[in-house]
Design a protein around this ligand. Sequence first.
Ligand code: ZN
Length: 438
Amino acid sequence: MHNWTQFNHQGILASAGEDAYALIERLYPLCRSITGAGTRQTLDIIGQQIELDRSEVPTGTKVFDWIVPKEWTIRDAYIISPQGEKICNFKEHNLHITGYSTPVNETLNKEELLPHLHSLPKYPKWIPYTYNYHSEDWGFSISDEQLHSLPEGDYKVVIDSDLKHGHLSYGEHLIPGHSEQEFLIYSHICHPSLCNDNLSGIAVATELAKFLKNSAPLNYSYRFVFAPTTIGSITWLSKNQDKLANIKAGLVIAVAGDAGQLTYKKSRNDDSYINNLAISALETREMPFGIEEFTPFGYDERQFCSPGIDLPIGRLTRTPNGCYPEYHTSADDLNLVKPKYLADTMDACLDIIELFENNQTFRNTQPFGEPHLGRHGLYKKAGAYNIQNNTFAILWVLNQTDGTKSLLDIAQRSKLAYSEILNASKALYDVNLLELID
Ligand code: ZN
């Protein structure tokens, strides 16, 4: 018996949004990076909500054209000003330390110190997020206001860190469905105390996984990957090349909790299945949303859409990365994201997934002429509710189910609402006029 998936998620959205926000509050203080303890603790906490299959890939492993870097450990970092004041204190805000800073314990004058300090003149009160993965150096982030108040004199710089042979960590959660074909959801876990980018994506993905796990039976399988951006997706792709053929569609979920409207970024191939699914599902929500054309920059869609991989994976954000002032600064904090926006992103994801679940391909079992609808109880008398559309939808479905077209293809060809085509298909399936093509 075929399973028609229908999520009853409206009732749980508000509490899912609150749960997602609570997860963000727990993860916010941790100092994540592309490797290290904060990233592992993040996976531990996600793993308390959904079972995670963890991987640790050793430093030095070749992953396509990249090499897994050394693991970074940061314990403490600060500067003592000439007046004896502790500034740029990592323990007060982990954005003060530039990610992957090497250990330092020395005294410098102001002129020697300044090239290592990074600020944001446009937003003088905020601390920018800085990192330096690819050359061994050190730095601090500081508000521009504080930078301009620094006196001449000697500064004691302490960074208690190390860069050693270690591992790159990621976690996966698989929800098996009837088919081994998969929908992939990817969220990056490498940013330190930044909420919208990307604790929001992590939290929405975690709530989605919890919801889908409780929604069995599912027609397809769902794989959630929580890994660092760029090196994480490259590592995951290089280690899972045997799984890629099963990926039918997917989304990178990031920047999912701000007040802006949803934005879908297309995958590399303009005609890809995910582009059709995501845009169709977002249109039926009847709420404004943006569509961004594919570009080879942004988040992990770059790797999923590289020419040798070329998967049907798009990206769902609210305000896109880089397009809101708080992006990559200390102002991307717990005030920027709200439970209701997290819930709205989750709602959109579930609409896309519900469409994916039901958008299957059927074959008309009586294709020689039209079947006698009245005999199957499908011809409604004049005056019956919605007779016209319902009959049109039934005739379109019967005509197009030659085993090559999905329900969404039929909706688009007939210009009828997808919901009409779905309902007609259910009715036809119930009287054995349709069979599923597996
Ligand atoms: Zn970012």
